[in-house]
Design a protein around this ligand. Structure first.
Ligand code: PLP
Length: 292
């Protein structure tokens, strides 16, 4: 039920279809966003809308896809998807993909299609996980294909290893995966950036093998507001084992404490004080209690 914005029109959910010869379905060249709307004092508001739309356009540019709409139109499409579906809190999925106008890698008559879907998706992780933290496994799958050339794009094809890593982590009894980069440094979770606290300083991998997370940028700002030192640098896997605290950030996962990596307890094995503070600032911000 509900409506999906597709190529400039609102269409009923069941009719928002694409052909089996959709180029992106075959070859994976496409880009998307994950955005959230929260219920604030003034009604539903999309958190960091401009930043998400900007990143969608940067991703399309990297993939050499010409967006057939401008940023204002895509912003409005996202607002309309929330409004017209009467959602208070929503997860939004804008995506740009290549149509079924041609097949093969050489096809040059392909159209860029854009859609925005919105649905109610209150919690990605249980409230308990947000308080107690989750168990994570380092994956045998790496971000190798994403390093350097593709990590700025939130591209469909970048998620193959994320999914394989997540499946591997879950079948190994953990709740999330940690992916390393080409050289064995810590990159990110399957759909989250990672932070650790060591000696009271916040550390997060530099932007060479992980997505330029919007939540990551928000958390760095909050940490600096609190007077915490933040270092963006290469992090090794064993540094996570001996960190005082570790947490993931992402639009879907929000701020999620990590209590264990590869069977090693991290810090006290529960949400630490820095994580708790940043998490509460984040929830205040998304609910509109702090100025955006
Ligand atoms: N890393 C990856 C691979 C992601 O898919 C995401 C989610 O979009 C993130 C990090 C976190 O980014 P953001 O905070 O912008 O949602």
């Amino acid at each position: 039920d509900g409506l999906i914005w597709l190529d400039g029109e609102m269409v009923p959910w069941r009719e928002a279809k694409t052909h089996v010869l959709t180029h992106t379905l075959h070859y994976g060249l496409g880009c998307f966003e994950g955005v959230r709307a929260y219920n604030t004092a003034n009604g539903p508001a999309i958190f960091r809308l401009k930043e998400h739309t900007d990143r969608l356009f940067r991703s399309a540019h990297i993939l050499n896809m010409k967006m057939p709409f401008n940023k204002d139109e895509i912003n409005e499409a996202q607002r309309a998807a929330v409004r017209e579906n009467n959602l208070d809190e929503a997860y939004l999925r804008p995506m740009a993909f290549l149509g079924s106008e041609g097949m093969g890698l050489r096809a040059d008559n392909l159209k860029v299609h854009v859609m925005v879907a919105a649905w109610s998706w209150p919690s990605y992780m249980s409230p308990e996980a947000k308080e107690q933290g989750i168990k994570v496994r380092t994956s045998s799958y790496t971000r190798h294909h994403v390093n350097i050339t593709m990590c700025k794009a939130k591209a469909n094809g970048n998620y193959i290893n994320s999914m394989l890593a997540l499946n591997e982590a879950i079948s190994g009894g953990a709740e999330e995966a940690l992916l390393l980069d080409n050289e064995g440094y810590v990159a990110e979770g399957s759909g989250e950036n990672i932070f650790i606290v060591r000696d009271g300083v916040l550390h997060t991998p530099e932007l060479t093998s992980c997505l330029e997370g919007i939540t990551r940028a928000t958390i760095i700002d909050f940490a600096r507001e609190l007077g915490l030192e933040v270092k963006e640098r290469r992090i090794t896997r064993d540094e996570v084992y001996i960190a005082e605290e570790a947490f993931f950030t992402g639009t879907a996962a929000e701020v999620l404490p990590i209590r264990e990596l590869d069977g090693r307890q991290i810090g006290e094995g529960k949400r630490g004080p820095v994580t708790e503070k940043l998490q509460s600032m984040y929830f205040d911000a998304v609910k509109g209690k702090l100025a955006d």
